[in-house]
Design a protein. Structure first.
Length: 367
């Protein structure tokens, strides 16, 4: 996920406040760690090494709503934590951290002290979108995690569709989101059930629509046949202040001119138990929303792919209802899928709208 200004500020702040070389070195037991104002208790005290603070990994990760695992792989001791679709991996004794597939260098490697694995607080905080303050007067690290967040995990459905001889005609691998529902909220329950039903329906539709054509291709291609492929995955682009924006990606390779990936997004206000419409996000009525979208994409096409203006003009009016949107940490994003308003080669056109032009107010958006 693209890191925003908040994350960069967090990184700079941590670099400044947890680099204790500028202040006297403190005994490990003199350092206090607070999470959202509450003091954390550890069975092994935080350690300061090379001007960096290390804390017991399981306690800090679980406090930040992560699932944690500790494994030994080919002699390496590996710590893995995940919260929804966020993943962090560290190896004991190795100066690296991998966050959502991106590996970065660490100033201090994770280590084992008194039988407990300690990890650098700075790296963990950056990886999990927290803000951190250091008080030299009280020798306190104060971690603030974003409020109104929901863990989003994955559910999976896989199926091979075969002919009467057992030949695989179609392979399907779907992943869909499951929003945490600790309080048995009826709206979240309904959303989760709908994601599951949609996945099951899409699998049935793929089988009904493509099984016969896949069998025909198999008969024609013989041993050179490769099964048709359908996959579904998702991305969480915003998860804070009770706003959750999820984009679904559907990939299909059906022996057409090229594979296709189509995106669709849903944005929920979980404080109000509802899915948001684009009109609600923009604070406009339906007609004004359509005008706004057309104005934005008129400008986009003229500025970026002017040679396709005629194609766009032939499709833009009828495609207004096909516009998608999602929220990110930086902006409202309006987008179309390939072919909606432009040819496939033009990709998925998108326009970013600053939150100042919307009804959305994020607690950290101005940081």
């Amino acid at each position: 996920m693209k890191r925003n200004t908040v994350k960069r500020n967090v990184s700079l702040a941590l670099g400044a406040v947890l680099v204790f070389g500028a202040v006297p070195a403190y005994a490990a037991d003199a350092v206090t760690v607070k999470l959202n104002g509450s003091q954390m208790e550890f069975d092994v005290n935080p350690v300061i090494e090379n001007s960096r603070t290390l804390v017991p990994f399981r306690k800090i990760f679980e406090a930040l709503d992560c699932a944690v695992s500790y494994t030994k792989e080919n002699g390496a001791q590996v710590v893995t934590a995940n919260r929804g679709n966020q993943w962090i991996t560290l190896e004991i004794g190795k100066n690296e951290i991998t966050v959502d597939g991106e590996t970065k260098k660490l100033d201090v490697a994770p280590k084992i002290v008194n039988g407990r694995t300690l990890v650098p607080l700075r790296a963990i905080s950056e990886g999990l979108d927290c803000t951190v303050d250091w008080s030299a007067d009280t020798k306190t690290v104060d971690i603030q995690k974003k409020q109104g967040q929901y863990a989003v995990t994955s559910a999976h459905i896989s199926k091979n569709i075969t002919d009467d001889k057992g030949n695989i005609l179609i392979t399907i691998a779907f992943e869909y989101p499951v929003i945490e529902n600790k309080d048995n909220n009826a709206f979240i329950t309904a959303v989760n059930e709908q994601y599951k039903k949609d996945a099951e329906a899409a699998i049935s539709e793929a089988e009904a629509e493509f099984k016969d054509s896949a069998a025909a291709v198999l008969a024609s291609e013989g041993k050179n046949y490769h099964p048709m492929v359908f996959t579904r995955s998702f991305e969480v682009s915003l998860n804070q202040d009770n706003l959750l924006s999820i984009t679904q990606l559907d990939y299909a390779n059906t022996y057409g001119a090229h594979p296709n990936t189509l995106k669709s997004s849903k944005t929920f206000n979980l404080a109000e138990n509802k899915a948001l419409t684009l009109s609600e996000v923009l604070g406009k009525n339906a007609a004004d929303t359509d005008s706004y979208v057309k104005e934005k994409f008129d400008a986009y096409v003229k500025e970026t792919v002017g040679e396709l203006l005629e194609y766009y003009q032939q499709n833009s009016e009828k495609a207004l209802s096909a516009v998608n949107f999602c929220l990110t940490e930086d902006a409202l994003v309006l987008y179309y899928n390939p072919y909606d308003i432009l040819p496939y080669a033009a990709g998925s056109p998108e326009v970013k709208v600053p939150y100042a032009d919307t009804t959305v107010k994020l607690a950290l958006s101005e940081s």
